[in-house]
Structures are given as structure tokens and as C-alpha cells.
Ligand binder design. Structure first.
Ligand code: IPM
Ligand code: MG
Length: 354
């Protein structure tokens, strides 16, 4: 198969983790006889530094032309003074919107061997294996009108959801639940917000088409607590954009490090795959980052955008084998000495090569 992939190294540790994932991509394509045709693209601070907008038009065009995009991270404190839309993060949001990837899948689980490494007590984290399905192209992130008026001393954003937007993301969650433990927890703030009241009504409606799946509703504050007190109770967590942003960082605590978490952003066209972590400017360029979140995102890319389940299973197996063998980047508290980003990538790639 020809794998047409757009790469966006991005900012901070992004280039390092994408390079490690590229090693794994080379190994998996050699093993299974695939040909990779890739483009490497600028976005975020890297684009701004090159005198381009945070999402250069050619980057969006290449991502649309490819079947999937693998991204490292965006975010660069040097551009914190810019208005939201012009900042590196604005480029990422424009890319998500431009690709129409409304469904963000963020799985969290405990890798064998890392049970003791997480901040949560092992008996609390035991058995946790959940999937956050985050709505990605609506809500407060994109709602209009929005404004900051320094003179007036006032700012506002708009949280807006349509029945269509809620319906399509709910279907993604229920379909995912069917391949898992058949439980959807829909998270909202329906005791306060009208958007959440609509959200709850629409999700309840969609659930009627999935009688084999159990639906629970939970308020976001109570969910935030339950995620770290009873993480194993969750299967699929369905929620809107901002709640999903917050809860997915929290869920990273269950796994032990945010550096482990992958994500897939899907719509009706090409997909976008990125680790959940940010650009981590404090450790950029030091070969300290954990590339496993990006490598696991590559696995999701092969599975969701190309239907290559066997290849994805090999990569997931190699990640698991590396962790079980004691390979640890600095973010994973372990008893074994830590290795760098490049070496972790090499070891997973070598396992993938077989
Ligand atoms: C994430 C990030 C982004 C978001 C930022 C970088 C815009 O935090 O992917 O979770 O808020 O969606
Ligand atoms: Mg986030």
C-alpha cells in the first residue's frame, strides 16, 4: 500500500518525537512492504519563525491531499503576545477546522509494568482503560462572537452547539463503545448551561439507536473527581470540546505520564494524529521527551486512516514490550536508568522490525 502522510514536526519537542515516530514508520513499512510518500510541513511557532502564518496555506493543502497527518506539538512562548487566532495554537485549531476533524479520540490505559509509576495508588488505577471522545470543532473554542476589549475591561466567548454537531459526535462514541465494554458516560454541565441541556437531550436520543450500549450522564465537576477516584468505572467518555481538553489531561495521570497518550482526530476526510502532550519548551532539544505518545498516534493513524490493524497491533505490541522490558524516558518514574527520546524510538523500531 502507498501511505500518503503529511508530517508536521511543529514546535518544542515536536520535531524529536516525530523523528522517533518516523523511525517506527520506516520499520513498519519495511516489514509489511508499504511505500511511504510523505511531506514535511511547517505549523505553529515554526511557521511564524519562518515568516509565515501559524497555519501556512501550503500546509493545509498538503494535509488535505494526504490521507493522514502526523503532528508533533505546537506552542511557542515567544508568540504569547499575539491575538489567539495568530498564535501557534491558533494554527492547530485552524487545521482541525480546515480538515473538519470533529471527533477526537483519546484513549488512556495502564501499560503493564507502569502500574507503580503513576501518581495514583495502584489499587485505584487498576483495570483503568478508557476512551475520551472529545468534540473538536465546536463549543467555546470556535463559537462566535468572541472578543477581548481591553479598554472596556471585558472579554467574552460563546459556547454554541447544534443538534447536528452533537448527533455526529454521539454516534462516534456509541460506535466506539460497541467495540469496547459498551458503556458511554456523557459529560456535561446541564445543571447550569443551556448547551449542556441540548447536549444531554440529543445524546439521550441517539442512544435509542444503540440499545446494547448503556448510557450514563455525569456533570463535569463530578466526572473530574471520579476519573481519579474510580477510573476503572469508565469506558467511553463523551464530551464537548473544552471539557474534553481538561479531562484528557487529567486522564493522563491515570496512565502515569501525558507523554504516553496518543490521539486521533477524525472527520469525513483525512485524519489528524497527535500526542496529547504539548511542545514542552523547557525540555526541547535535549533528547528527553517521551516519543511513545506520538508512536501510539502513528499506530492509530495506520488503524483508522488506512485500516492497517495488523500493523497497528505490531506497533502497540512493540510499545508494550519496550515498557515491559524496562525502557523508560525521564518522565516515567522507574527503577531503571532513563533513556532518551531517540533511543526509545530506536528500541521500539527495532521491535517493530522483528
Ligand atoms: C490539546 C491542546 C490544544 C487544545 C491546544 C494546544 C490548542 O491542549 O490538544 O489538548 O486545547 O485543544
Ligand atoms: Mg489540551
Amino acid at each position: 500500500m502507498v501511505l500518503e502522510i503529511a508530517l508536521i514536526p511543529g514546535d518544542g519537542v515536536g520535531p524529536e518525537v516525530v523523528a522517533a515516530a518516523a523511525d517506527v514508520l520506516a520499520a513498519i513499512s519495511a516489514r509489511f512492504g508499504h511505500t511511504v510518500t510523505s511531506t514535511t510541513n511547517l505549523m505553529g511557532g515554526a511557521a511564524l519563525r519562518a515568516g509565515k502564518p501559524a497555519l501556512p496555506p501550503e500546509t493545509l493543502a498538503n494535509c488535505k491531499a494526504a490521507k493522514a497527518t502526523l503532528m508533533g506539538a505546537v506552542g511557542d512562548p515567544a508568540f504569547d503576545h499575539l491575538p489567539s487566532k495568530e498564535r501557534p495554537e491558533g494554527g492547530l485549531l485552524a487545521l482541525r477546522k480546515g480538515l473538519g476533524v470533529y471527533a477526537n479520540l483519546r484513549p488512556t490505559r495502564i501499560w503493564p509494568g507502569l502500574e507503580g509509576a503513576a501518581p495514583l495508588k495502584a489499587e485505584i488505577a487498576k483495570g483503568a482503560d478508557l476512551l475520551i471522545v472529545r468534540e473538536l470543532t465546536g463549543g467555546l473554542y470556535f463559537g462566535e462572537p468572541r472578543q477581548i476589549d481591553r479598554e472596556k475591561g471585558e472579554a467574552f466567548n460563546t459556547m454554541r452547539y447544534s443538534v447536528m454537531e452533537i448527533t455526529r459526535i454521539a454516534h462516534v462514541a456509541f460506535r466506539a463503545a460497541r467495540t469496547r465494554r459498551k458503556l458511554v458516560t456523557s459529560v456535561d454541565k446541564a445543571n447550569v448551561l443551556e448547551t449542556s441541556q441540548l447536549w444531554r437531550a440529543v445524546v439521550t436520543d441517539v442512544a435509542k439507536e444503540y440499545p446494547d450500549v448503556t448510557l450514563n450522564h455525569m456533570y463535569v465537576d463530578s466526572c473530574a473527581m471520579a476519573l481519579v477516584t474510580h477510573p476503572a468505572r469508565f469506558d467511553v467518555v463523551l464530551t464537548e470540546n473544552l471539557f474534553g481538553d481538561i479531562l484528557s489531561d487529567e486522564a493522563a495521570v491515570i496512565a502515569g505520564s501525558i507523554g504516553l497518550l496518543p490521539s486521533a482526530s477524525l472527520g469525513d476526510g483525512p485524519g489528524l494524529y497527535e500526542p496529547v502532550h504539548g511542545s514542552a519548551p523547557d525540555i526541547a532539544g535535549q533528547d528527553k521527551a517521551n516519543p511513545l505518545g506520538t508512536i501510539a498516534s502513528l499506530s492509530m493513524l495506520l488503524r483508522h486512516s488506512f485500516g492497517l490493524d495488523a500493523e497497528a497491533d505490531v506497533i502497540d505490541g512493540a510499545i508494550g514490550a519496550s515498557l515491559a522490558a524496562g525502557d523508560r524516558t525521564a518522565d516515567l518514574i522507574g527503577t531503571t536508568p532513563s533513556i532518551g527520546c531517540r533511543e526509545m524510538g530506536r528500541r521500539v523500531a527495532a521491535r517493530v522490525a522483528g
